[in-house]
Design a binder for this molecule. Structure first.
Ligand code: SER
Length: 316
């Protein structure tokens, strides 16, 4: 019997992953936690508790009391926000991961840990097209540095303590349930909300800035597939690159206009432009595909249709 702890259940990934895992493992076996209140369906659909991942004493108490066997640690300060509070963001992103890794080392009942990395681990000197799994990595954002350091620690704990820690380098994630906060790729979520609300959007990236993206449903499937994969097939002990679609703001706008012909977009690039330009444009996901069958199904067209439809529904 698995008992799963989700840290960051109120966030963009957590609010969807909690529901996905409750469907798989049963609602009473997925313990959602966050430092802030979560959406209603998370709170009412199973156990939810306010918990600070930095509070290691309460954390260990929680894990033992609920006989936790798997942890999904999703809490982090994203790229744009981290640049505003560099030292604090480094502390939150790193200390929380180290707390979880140590917990996994100390508590024998914990069998598996999931921790998300990001395309932010790459930097200016990385090849930007079809970026390989293994390549030059010189991130120059606080978020990227913390994710790269985190990947190294995951591999270290995997090898040295024979733990089972699994990770994905998520590209920009597009979803309609919970808005992301403070990421560089998040224009691609905001644009749909503003298209529905005011039929216009002011973009903080330039029109031709291409970034790798993934629709949330594909991200959920990838996460579950990786966590269910045969461990002997997993050749990567740090984090797997995945990426489904790459597009520019201009291309999203064009797609939105197929549904809303009067949609207007203007461009006012800010500090996030430099972050975006240091990241890959397209990703080679072949290692994830070979090792555990990563296979995304949503393209820009299908995703745009769903995003506009679902955000429209939320407005009513
Ligand atoms: N979506 C994230 C960000 O932009 C990338 O992992 O910060």
């Amino acid at each position: 019997m698995e008992n799963i702890l989700i840290i960051g259940a109120a966030g963009q990934i957590g609010s969807e992953l909690t529901l996905t895992l409750r469907r798989i493992y049963g609602e009473d076996h997925v313990f959602a936690t966050d430092i802030r209140q979560a959406p209603q369906d998370i709170v009412e659909g199973g156990p939810f508790q306010i918990l600070d991942v930095m509070d290691d004493k309460r954390l260990i108490h929680f894990v033992i009391r609920h006989k936790i066997t798997q942890i999904y640690h999703l809490a982090a300060v994203l790229s744009g926000n981290a640049e505003r509070i560099p030292v604090q963001a480094w502390d939150i992103n790193m200390s929380s991961l180290m707390n979880i890794l140590d917990l996994g080392k100390e508590v024998d009942e914990i069998k598996k840990i999931f921790w998300p990395s990001s395309i932010a681990v790459f930097g200016q000197t990385t090849p930007h097209e079809n970026t390989p799994q293994l390549t030059v990595m010189e991130p120059n954002t606080v978020y990227g540095i913390s994710k790269l350091a985190g990947e190294r620690w995951c591999e270290y704990y995997n090898r040295r303590y024979k733990m089972d820690i699994r990770s994905i380098r998520y590209p920009g994630l597009i979803s309609y349930k919970t808005e992301a906060g403070g990421g560089t790729t998040d224009y691609a979520v905001e644009i749909y909300y503003d298209a529905v609300k005011k039929n216009s959007y002011e973009c903080f990236l330039k029109e031709d800035t291409m970034l790798p993206m993934l629709f949330m449903e594909d991200a959920m499937k990838a996460t579950v597939d990786l966590m269910h994969a045969d461990p002997s097939k997993l050749s990567v002990k740090s984090s797997y690159s995945i990426g489904a679609i790459s597009f520019t703001p201009e291309e999203v706008a064009r797609e939105i206009r197929k549904h809303k012909p009067d949609f207007q977009i203007t461009y006012k690039p800010d500090f996030r432009q430099a972050i975006a330009e240091s990241w890959p444009r397209t990703i080679d996901a072949s290692v994830a595909k070979n090792d555990w069958g990563f296979e995304p199904t949503y393209n820009l067209e299908k995703m745009t249709e769903i995003m506009l439809r679902e955000i429209e529904k939320k407005k009513k």
